[in-house]
Design a protein around this ligand. Structure first.
Ligand SMILES: [Zn+2]
Ligand SMILES: [Zn+2]
Length: 1016
């Protein structure tokens, strides 16, 4: 939570104070042998040192070190995950937001997966694809420009004080000019070219790229319109060993993998309008990004990012967990890389509040995790393991991301749950697959049957219907050519068999291809990996239609891309940005529900800024001050009205309010009288509604504190809603909160309410607030300064307060104003996330009254007083149970009455008594009892009973102990199950089956003697 890392002392590393460097002490000496045979740098730079070194370098150049923003982008619905350092500064670059610094540097957590940037399938099979990675960057918001950005990059990379990379390994690209849309031409980026020369880059290493290539590689834009500009990239020559195509002496910029882009300097130069015209931005800016993993590979002298100290400990741990030694085989190494990469992504995503689910961010997380789990199962199918990786990630990253120390246990729990769920899903998915295969089997079977029928019609063979069905199945699913030939001879005799074999091979078997779309659905819905599907199909004699599968996957990707465009932010109406430049709305809502003499600064409608709204029109109104609270931090917006300053004349209804950009409140209004820019109005919020909202908001803070006291400090807010009717609080917790805990929470909260302390609000810096123990909510974006801290004091507590939170909302004055807080529900909303809903004040009273009324009605229905309800309900339930028992007994009796009739239907098969019959009007238990009774009655023999049951078939077979050597009830029942399209099994003496095909029941039971006969 605090700054990324404390400044490190070099001596800490020399002394081996860093856990990561400990492992690599030996390695650092080996690095002399670089891939090209020359040493890059004398000093060994660990990943942690590179990150810290970068930030410290830019701090030394007057940059503010800003902490990494959450992987879940705040207030940018167009972006799936934070994927670049500049994301958190987008509004600053767009001029919508101002900060008190103009230079910043960050180490930003990024995830690219499932979007346009990265195909998950590649990760693990290449040297440089990752789902999670860290982007180091320096940013200038209208401060320095190309010259300084290039000078800084040069110094950091080549100075002997810093990264000390030989200039002979570097290339610098500059934009060489290109024709843009509609006759707009941009020339060579002369400033960048000169800047590289000025710092000392040799001319032959500065490479201009122009035309199509220049546009593709070196032109950046935020969207179709808006800020854009050229880039200058720094590439590193990894040497011939890094060439994926085995090039020995190719020249830059060959894209065989030898030349790696390490740093991209983006210069925001122009604003592009809808016609493609470029006008210089008033404040030209710089946004740079250098991938930590890549620089680590460079400075540690290895070709692959996965061979750096950022990954090696993870790969080693993954190897221990799935019992594979790193370096064992190329495919096992790929699995280890996948597990290492994906466990970083999963750990950070879950730590930032993403939970595996079936859509949006949670879906991508789930896909990442399942891919890792699957790659573990390939090598060690037995046990969940991925949750253990969370601790390995924590250990290697906790220095830079201390929050991992707090969240690791919780994250590991979420991962474990997903592993268990996935195992279950695999089972369910495989069952679905098998069901579908069962259905599909019927088609080729019909083909063969028809073939045989034709032979019958021609008088060439004559077969029993059942025998034909059974034997054609053997033919279709023969595992080998011998089996196929044997089956054909068995069915048709030696003369006709060869033709049938030909037919099956050439025609019928072609229908054993499994539709690719259906397989993709199993892949997509149940997370069944493709390999799993193929294996399972092969076992069933089917093959996957690969083309269809690939097509379905491609379509899904296209859909995914369409829904997450990324990058192009749906810009707030530009009119707001203009207004925001000159002032912010004064928040009078902290002091009450009315504000007089508020000036209308702007009116915005669908068509843009206007000067007036006439009666009946709706629009959004910006005031210089307001008493209306705009929706934020979980607290819903106030409703209210504008009046003239005497408050006698209604001017407009206010239906809501929001922040179009930071610091600016837009009121959604419907005008009753004409409103003009410059008018002065009185703003009145609905006080009664506000009172209900703030009781719930203060209540939320109490609930948050109580949860942490009673369940533990792992509880983290993951969302909240403070509405007039109720409060809702979502939090991370892995178990169901039981009734006793809920009672404790409720009691503690109400105890605080009765203490009736006065709530304190003060404004301070983010750093100070966090240091004082205030809780922050990860999903919110806080400014560095002027954060509000809301404290509920409690003189009894050691820290002097019961609750302290960063919060921009409005609260009751004294905590006793809440009245009472009643929890009304507790439930799970996602794996590892619970939701509590509660009511306060009047809402609680209404709830009690409602429940009392329900109780009164129940008592009246039961014809007892309220005190008698429980006893009466108990009595009713006893009666119901008794009646159910009697009904059961009646059914049993009916079943047993069939015994005599069934016993009379004994057939003799080679001297063994066999009863095979259909029964009715019994349940499954009755059926079991019948089989038992009949076995006893026979003394020695075989009983097989079946019955239709809800459109399905139930079958039970029993064999007396003296016969189980020869006749296995389980095998018998399996043969019968086949005939009713089902499956079954059991012990040698008793077995059960179920099936779908009720029409096959009669034939199945009739086949019992013929099945037993060969066994005797
Ligand atoms: Zn090459
Ligand atoms: Zn709050």
């Amino acid at each position: 939570m605090a700054c990324l890392v404390e400044p490190l002392r070099d001596s800490a590393f020399i002394a081996g104070g860093c856990c990561v460097c400990d492992n690599l002490g030996i390695e650092s000496r080996k690095i002399e042998a670089d891939v090209t045979g020359e040493s890059v740098s004398k000093k060994f730079w660990s990943g942690n040192e590179i990150r810290e070194g970068f930030l410290r370098f830019f701090e030394g150049k007057g940059h503010r070190r800003v902490r990494s923003s959450s992987l879940v982008p705040h207030g940018d619905a167009t972006l799936l995950f934070t994927n670049a350092g500049m994301n958190q500064f987008k509004d600053v670059f767009l001029g919508l937001e101002k900060r008190d610094y103009t230079r910043a540097t960050t180490a930003q957590k990024c995830v690219r997966a499932g979007g346009k940037h990265n195909d998950l399938e590649n990760v693990g099979f290449t040297k440089r694809h990752h789902t999670f990675f860290e982007m180091l960057g320096n940013f200038s918001f209208g401060d320095y420009y190309k010259e300084e950005a290039i000078a800084y990059a040069w110094e950091l990379l080549t100075s002997t004080q810093w990264f000390n990379i030989p200039v002979g390994k570097l290339y610098f690209t500059v934009f060489g000019g290109a024709d843009m849309a509609s006759n707009v031409h941009i020339g060579l980026d002369q400033i960048s070219l000169n800047s590289w020369r000025a710092v000392g880059a040799p001319t032959e290493r500065i490479v201009p790229l122009s035309g199509e290539e220049g546009l593709k590689e070196l032109f950046w834009s935020m969207g179709d319109t808006g800020p854009c500009g050229s880039c200058s990239e720094i590439h590193y020559d990894m040497g011939p060993a890094a060439s994926d195509e085995g090039h020995k002496d190719c020249k830059f910029p060959c894209d065989c993998g030898r030349y790696v882009e390490i740093w991209n300097l983006v210069f925001m130069q122009w604003n592009r309008d809808a016609n493609g015209n470029l006008t210089p931005l008033p404040k030209q800016s710089v946004d740079t990004g250098i991938g930590l993993e890549r620089v680590a590979a460079v400075l540690q002298g290895v070709v692959s990012n996965y061979d750096t100290d950022l990954f090696k400990p993870l790969i080693a741990r993954a190897g221990e967990l799935i019992y594979v030694t790193p370096g064992f085989r190329p495919d096992s190494d790929a699995s280890l890389r996948i597990i290492s990469d994906h466990s970083r992504a999963a750990t950070f995503l879950i730590s930032d509040g993403v939970i595996p689910s079936n859509d949006g961010r949670g879906y991508v997380l789930r896909k990442i995790m399942r891919r890792a789990i699957y790659h573990g199962r390939i090598w060690n199918k037995a046990q969940p393991f991925l949750h253990e990786m969370v601790y390995a990630v924590r250990d290697s990253m906790k220095r830079a991301y201390p929050e991992l120390k707090e969240t690791a246990n919780q994250v590991a729990n979420v991962v474990l749950a997903e592993e268990q769920r996935f195992t279950h899903t695999l089972d369910v998915g495989l069952r679905k697959l098998e069901d579908r295969v069962g259905d599909l089997r019927r088609l080729p079977l019909k083909d063969i049957e028809r073939y045989v029928e034709r032979l019958e019609e021609e008088g060439k063979v004559k077969l029993d219907h059942e025998v034909r069905k059974y034997k054609t199945e053997n033919i279709l699913f023969a595992k080998s050519d011998e089996e196929l030939r044997a089956g054909a001879i068995d069915l048709l005799g030696p003369d006709l068999a060869p033709q049938l074999v030909e037919y099956v091979r050439n025609t019928a078997r072609h229908r054993t291809s499994f539709p690719g779309e259906e397989a993709f659905k199993l892949y997509d819905t149940y997370g069944l990996p493709r390999d799993f599907i193929e294996d399972a199909l092969r076992d069933q004699g089917f093959v996957l239609d690969h083309q269809q599968f690939d097509r379905a996957m491609q379509e899904q990707k296209t859909r995914a891309r369409a829904s997450w465009k990324g990058g192009a932010k749906e810009a707030a109406n530009p009119a707001y940005a203009k207004v925001a430049e000159s002032f912010k709305t004064e928040p009078d809502f902290y002091f009450g529900t009315t504000a007089k003499d508020c000036r209308i600064e702007a009116i915005i409608t669908k068509i843009g800024p206007v000067n007036e709204l006439i009666p009946g029109e709706s629009g959004e109104v910006i005031l210089d001050r307001t008493a209306i609270y705009a929706e934020s931090g979980g607290q819903v917006a106030d409703t209210g009205a504008f009046y003239d300053n005497s408050e006698s004349q209604l001017l407009a209804d206010v239906t809501g309010a929001f922040y179009p950009v930071a610091g600016l409140v837009a009121h959604k209004v419907v005008a009753k009288e004409t409103l003009r820019v410059g008018d002065r109005v009185a703003v009145v919020a609905d006080a009664e509604r506000r009172a209900r909202i703030i009781r719930n908001h203060s209540g939320t803070h109490l609930v948050n504190a109580a949860l942490r006291n009673i369940l533990g400090t792992h509880v983290k807010q993951s969302g909240s809603l403070n509405a007039p009717e109720r409060l809702r609080f979502d939090f991370s917790h892995f178990a169901h909160v039981d009734a006793e805990e809920l009672r404790d929470i409720e009691q503690q909260v109400n105890d605080e309410i009765r203490l009736n302390t006065e709530i304190e609000t003060n404004v301070t810096s983010l750093e100070e607030a966090l240091a004082s123990g205030a809780l922050a909510f990860f999903g919110d974006k806080y400014p560095e300064h002027n954060v509000r801290v809301v404290t509920i004091p409690d003189p009894r507590a050691a820290r002097g307060f019961y609750s302290k939170e960063l919060c921009g909302g409005t609260h009751v004055q004294r905590v006793g104003d809440i009245g009472v807080l009643k929890i009304v529900s507790e439930e799970s909303v996602a794996a590892g996330v619970r939701r509590i809903e509660a009511v306060t004040g009047i809402g609680a009273l209404e709830r009690y009254q409602q429940q009392a009324e329900t109780l009164r009605q129940v008592a009246s229905k039961l014809n007892v007083g309220e005190d008698g309800i429980l006893a009466q309900v108990e009595k009713l339930s006893q009666t119901t149970k008794q009646l159910e028992k009697e009904l059961e007994a009646q059914k049993r009796k009916g079943a047993l009455s069939q015994i005599d009739e069934l016993a009379g239907r004994v057939q003799m098969v080679k001297g063994v008594k066999v009863i095979a019959a259909e029964v009715e009007n019994v349940d499954r238990e009755g059926l079991r009892q019948l089989v038992d009774s009949l076995r006893q009655r026979l003394g020695s023999g075989v009983v097989a009973l079946g019955m239709p049951e809800d459109g399905k078939v139930a079958l039970i077979a029993g064999v007396t102990k003296d016969l189980t050597d020869k006749i296995h009830a389980g095998k018998l029942i399996q043969a019968l199950a086949k005939r009713v399209g089902g499956s079954g099994g059991g012990r040698p003496d008793l077995a059960e089956a179920g099936g779908k095909d009720t029409t096959g029941l009669k034939v199945a039971l009739e086949s019992v003697p013929s099945l037993i006969e060969p066994l005797l």
